[in-house]
Design a protein around this ligand. Structure first.
Ligand code: S3P
Length: 434
């Protein structure tokens, strides 16, 4: 239940008596971004059914329009009229990626090595996030790309150039970096081989293969052949597991809960939180209904008694956007839990190791941020308090989950941050909470 009186821009979320119901969450944000950017350089019209339409994906839609592709948006379908692999036009103005790292990093790969000049910028958070991770490999392919501090930060400026293939080792397990390189490599003069330290979400590879591109994956290595052209696609976008994760966590944490989420994406490179919860003893069932082009199905989550967890290694990229939720879940499990190998959280929409520690500590929970993770003292339930979302959509929703499954009202400052990925979050919360 949600009470009305709250300071401007804030919301008060009350503990729920019961959490119950069925829902579908908005379409997957990562897949929607890719559908837009890859559809813009396909031949013909791409259709995305059930797209995720938050501020982030709307930034990708605006960017693609500024490059000359037609985009029409209605509630359950996005249509993109592609211009072909070499047909994108020089934008007349600076491209604003807003809060979206995916837009900026993937668009850099999309635009590098063309006969055009483009400048990419974003909000204060995005302009403080590392861009050298894409600038360096794109330069190694022959791109002319620069930014503040020798390409470390946006705004980024891309100049006309031609690309050649290369062998590249990417130091971080990042789907955004991998995708930026692949998007450029499609237009290079020869094959590109890239090696990643751990597998990350593979939506780019799946969509490109469906478009007819030649990509070969072998362990941590991906070989990308130059493409002649790319086919337009009809794509059913599954619900976003990273949005569903908030309700899964809320159900597991609440003593009287059962929530069913249908048509949710279950790509194995995105389901790390479900695996972590299973090893913690949570009462969760999943059914896969479809496997192509992306696995999707139903998740049922119920009130659970949890065991402590030690999470790290290759699990982390598979739950990177759910790591703050895992920390909250671990505060309930008796004993000490640890999350390691998650230094990437420092460079998300906020420094999430810091903002998660601050948010959960404000509700009386005990956890300590480490350089690359958390140490969590378990066996507690969140109390009431005030949490600042710090401009980070996932911190705002984390606080709401702690509140509905906790013992006291939580005031969430900057609650509108949820619009970045899940604009209907508060409506869904009101439907599920009694
Ligand atoms: C995303 C990849 C992840 C994730 C982000 C979306 C994507 O970032 O945190 O929310 O769509 O490729 P990294 O790949 O940089 O870890």
């Amino acid at each position: 239940m949600i009470d009305a009186p709250a300071p401007p821009g804030a919301r008060v979320v009350q503990p729920a008596r019961r959490l119950r119901g069925q829902l579908r969450v908005p379409g997957d944000k990562s897949i929607t971004h890719r559908g837009l950017l890859l559809g813009a350089q396909a031949n013909g019209r791409t259709r995305l059914r059930n797209p995720g339409l938050g501020a982030d994906t709307r930034a990708s839609a605006a960017l693609v329009r500024a490059l000359g592709a037609e985009v029409s948006i209605d509630d359950d379908e996005l249509r993109i009229t592609g211009l072909g692999l070499h047909g994108l036009r020089e934008p007349a103005d600076v491209l604003d990626c807003a809060n979206s790292g995916t837009t900026m990093r993937l668009a850099s790969g999309l635009l590098a090595g063309r006969r055009l000049h483009a400048v990419l910028t974003g909000d204060a958070s995005l302009r403080s996030r590392p861009m050298d991770r894409i600038v360096r490999p794109l330069r190694a392919l022959g791109a002319r790309i620069d930014g503040r501090a020798n390409g470390a930060y946006a705004p980024l400026a891309i100049a006309p150039s031609t690309l050649h293939g290369a062998e590249l080792d990417i130091p971080v397990a990042s789907a955004q970096v991998k995708s930026a390189i692949i998007l450029a490599a499609l237009r290079a003069g020869g094959p590109t081989v890239l090696r990643q330290p751990a597998p990350s979400r593979d939506h780019t590879e799946r969509i490109l293969r469906a478009q007819g591109a030649e990509l070969h994956t072998n362990g941590g290595e991906i070989r990308c052949e130059p493409a002649a052209d790319l086919q337009a696609l009809d794509l059913d976008v599954p619900g976003d597991i990273s949005s569903a994760a908030f309700w899964i966590a809320a159900a597991v944490l609440h003593p009287n809960a059962e929530i069913t989420i249908r048509n949710v994406g279950l790509n194995p490179l995105r389901t790390g939180l479900l695996d972590a919860l299973q090893s913690m003893g949570a009462d969760i069932q999943t059914h896969i209904d479809t496997t192509e082009p992306e696995p999707s199905g139903t998740v049922i989550a119920r009130s659970s008694d949890l065991r402590a967890i030690n999470a790290g290694g290759h699990l982390i990229p598979r739950l990177i956007d759910e790591a703050s939720l895992l920390a909250l879940l671990a505060t309930r499990a008796p004993g000490e839990s640890r999350i390691a190998d998650a230094a990437e959280l420092r460079v998300k929409e906020s420094d999430r190791l810091h903002t998660t520690e601050r948010a959960l500590s404000a509700l009386g929970l005990e956890l300590e941020a480490q350089p690359d993770g958390f140490i969590i003292a378990g066996g507690a339930r969140a109390g009431g308090g005030t949490v600042d979302a710090a401009g980070d959509h996932r911190i705002a929703m984390l606080a709401a989950v702690a509140a509905v499954s906790g013992t006291g009202p939580v005031t969430i400052r900057g609650a509108r941050a949820v619009d970045v990925s899940y604009p209907t979050f508060w409506d869904d919360l009101a439907r599920l909470a009694e």
